[in-house]
Design a protein around this ligand. Structure first.
Ligand SMILES: Cc1cc2nc3c(=O)[nH]c(=O)nc-3n(C[C@H](O)[C@H](O)[C@H](O)COP(=O)(O)O)c2cc1C
Ligand code: SF4
Length: 697
């Protein structure tokens, strides 16, 4: 009996499981994890290797690394990616390739020369690009790239070839040539925007594509006997005639047609390509990619935050793609292929499109995922996304509050086999997620609740009680062994956040609103001053909501940009643009200092100069206060716990310290993992790797 017959999958998804050749190698199905970084890179190679290994276990046919710097003249500190500079990097890369091979997946590596996109803050080498121009980074580094002469170009080609040979030795099956996202030198040469050269590498499209052609040919010559050579290229720079246009790119694909073994298509810069659900839907680049497959005999892969198996199938049957490229969906659920194969599509933990995963890379931290708390903890903590540690000696747990922390704790504890009781004060599950997903652009966030709600519905050992706001006496009477308090947080009304650490003076007659008021149905009218000292999504989203409600909005923030932290989710530009388009008045670098009935006093954060804004109400998007009264009361009665049969009470998630939703699902998961286990509070809670000291001392 063949594998297809044994599988329980729906027959309409069979096409996703057909093998396909990529040059000299064969992918076992159409699930293709495109390159994505993770914040770990060369600093945490075993964590990276295990993360990729888990995806191989989850059924992906092709699994790629993040971009790997090929030479110290082009590195992108402070971002932490992989390096393939010399022999010293090989053991780390071998571990990653082996980890991917363990489940019959093909291992790919994305060779990258960032060129005029890396200031070389670590190597201190002079960056190089097609022309002499300032480095194009998120941080406006005060460094320029030198214009590459012919020798520099020959060097770059040599370094790329050497890196390709190393990649083959490390065990990789696919070795990329990369020219997308504004990051790769190939793109810098291809684009009229960044290539003003007058030699054979500039001017005509053929000349601008020369480096790309040479790199493909030379990589093939060096390793093409056993390795596939994919090209990752942008299908449109999204800058109109000023950059690479879709028409131009079609000409490039026609020109080079079968030269690479696979075409991998993305669009625009990283923010365009990895756009959040707030700004782009699933399959957003379809129109830009449609028809490209017909210009080549080679297979093509494309991306689009694909989580629906039906959309995936349509990409293939409509002749748009051969492979379903996924970065974020594979992070949120590394087991998508196996779940579809097993007829378990309903168990897919769908990506919500929030880009918290991107923030790990942008901040030099470690990536995390709102939906998948085990991401990048697969090795550090031995957390598997689909299985839990066995149940410990205790029997039951009471979880108070069914927001993201409480729901994830209940799901994971239920999976461990405990008897779990969930007491929710309201009438539905999800807490803040249910409320926030009603706001403009955040509808997909409800997936945080829906995935967990469905999993809980299948667990006979988990009971949920609605309209069950518990007091301390009731908790003590229940005689349950462990209690997790996940009662969330509420937004403050006094203006305390980053700029003001004590309350802002507020006139008795002033009309103050908080995000909770709006999410709970309050309909403001007239002119609203929205004061954002939170700096993440809430201020911008509520400004949009107020405009929808017919209000006039002035957004005041002490930051120099609207929703400043969303630079890390790649949304900031889109947010500020949208608010300006909606007619929101934006006052940056100002803090609210006094609130009266119809006036708000603001001050410039630099000069201290005060001015006044007219308004009908003031919406404070500042900070939140944990709703931990129950915890405070219970912890004051610790002496009563043993008689009540209570072994532990713990407060988790926003009720402990408010933070984004990813922090809450992580807190819930961690609570569930650690229950009934020995924890050493003096040691790091995770494994880590330390630098190997040189013997040359
Ligand atoms: C956290 C993260 C890191 C990424 N790093 C890379 C990278 O190193 N190289 C690359 O070519 N693309 C990178 N990308 C872009 C993805 O490969 C992909 O093209 C994009 O996210 C759209 O696909 P998706 O909707 O399936 O996420 C990254 C995306 C994410 C979310
Ligand atoms: S962090 Fe958000 S965008 Fe990234 S994979 Fe997870 S759910 Fe998707």
């Amino acid at each position: 009996m063949n594998q297809q017959r044994m599988s329980k999958r729906d027959r309409r998804y069979d096409i996703l499981f057909e093998p396909k050749d990529i040059g000299p190698v064969t992918a076992k199905n159409r699930f293709f994890q495109v390159p994505h970084c993770n914040g770990g890179g060369y600093r945490d190679p075993s964590a990276v290797a295990k993360m990729r290994h888990i995806k191989a276990e989850g059924g992906w046919a092709v699994i790629n690394t993040e971009q790997a710097e090929i030479h110290p003249t082009s590195e992108i500190a402070p971002f932490i990616e992989l390096r393939i500079w010399d022999e010293k990097d090989l053991p780390m890369l071998q571990r990653i390739a082996e980890a991917i091979h363990a489940h019959d997946a093909l291992a790919g590596i994305e060779l990258c020369y960032n060129g005029m996109n890396g200031p070389n803050l670590y190597s201190r080498e002079v960056p190089m690009g097609p022309i002499n121009i300032p480095i194009g980074t998120f941080t406006n580094d005060p460094v320029q790239a030198k214009a590459m002469d012919k020798q520099d170009i020959r060097n770059l080609r040599k370094w790329h070839r050497q890196a390709a040979v190393r990649a083959k030795r490390a065990g990789f099956d696919l070795v990329y040539v990369y020219g997308a996202h504004g990051f790769g030198a190939v793109q810098h040469f291809l684009s009229r925007r960044t290539n003003h050269r007058c030699d054979e590498y500039g001017g005509s499209l053929e000349n601008r594509a020369r480096l790309l052609k040479e790199l493909i040919e030379e990589t093939r010559e060096a390793i093409g006997d056993t390795c596939a050579i994919p090209v990752r290229i942008l299908v449109d720079e999204m800058l109109g005639d000023g950059g690479v246009t879709n028409t131009e790119l079609r000409e490039v694909v026609e020109m080079l047609s079968d030269l690479p073994d696979l075409w991998d298509f993305t669009h625009g810069n990283w923010a365009d390509d990895s756009a959040t659900a707030r700004f782009k839907d699933e399959a957003a680049q379809e129109q830009l990619v449609r028809g490209l497959k017909q210009l080549t005999c080679r297979p093509v892969v494309g991306v689009g935050r694909f989580t629906s198996p039906d959309t995936m199938v349509r990409q293939i049957t409509a002749g748009i793609l051969d492979f379903i490229g996924c970065a974020r969906p594979s992070i949120a659920d590394p087991f998508i292929p196996n779940k579809i194969d097993a007829g378990r599509e309903d168990d897919i933990r769908e990506c919500i499109g929030c880009n918290i995963c991107v923030t790990g890379d942008m901040t030099g931290g470690l990536s995390r995922c709102t939906q998948n708390p085990t991401f990048m903890e697969e090795w550090r903590k031995d957390w598997h996304p689909e299985t839990m540690n066995p149940k410990g000696p205790s029997d039951n747990v009471l979880i108070i509050g069914a927001g993201p922390a409480g729901l994830e704790a209940a799901r994971a504890l239920g999976q461990r086999g405990y008897e779990v009781l969930v007491a929710e004060a309201g009438t539905e599950l999800g807490g803040r997620v249910t409320k926030e997903s009603q706001l403009p652009g955040l509808a997909s966030w409800i997936r945080v609740r829906d995935y967990r709600q469905y999993q809980l519905s299948k667990m006979p050992n988990v009971s949920i009680y609605f309209e069950s706001e518990l007091n301390a006496r009731q908790v003590l009477e229940f005689e349950l062994q462990h209690i997790a308090i996940a009662t969330g947080a509420r937004w403050r009304r006094d203006g305390v956040a980053r700029y003001h650490l004590s309350p802002v003076p507020v006139d008795e007659t002033a009309h103050i609103i908080t995000p909770d008021d709006i999410m709970e149905g309050y309909l403001p009218r007239g002119h609203i001053v929205l004061y954002d000292d939170d700096h993440y999504y809430m201020g911008g989203v509520l400004a949009e909501r107020l405009v929808q409600l017919g209000c006039t909005v002035t957004l005041v923030t002490p930051s120099v940009r609207v929703s400043d932290w969303t630079t890390n989710t790649l949304e900031q530009h889109f947010i500020q643009k949208k608010l300006l388009q909606l007619g929101v008045t934006i006052v940056t670098a100002h803090a609210v200092t006094k609130i009266s009935r119809h006036q708000v006093e603001v001050e410039c954060i630099y000069s201290g100069r005060k001015s006044e804004l007219e308004c009908d109400s003031t919406l404070l998007v500042t900070s939140a206060l944990p709703q931990d009264q129950l915890w405070q009361t219970l912890s004051a009665q610790k002496d009563k716990w043993p008689d009540a049969g209570i072994k532990s009470i713990q407060v988790i998630g926003d009720a402990l310290a408010p933070a984004p939703i990813a922090w809450a699902t992580y807190a819930g998961h961690r609570y569930a993992r650690e229950l009934d286990t020995e924890i050493d509070p003096d040691a790091p809670a995770f494994k880590r790797e330390v630098v190997a000291l040189s013997t040359d001392w």
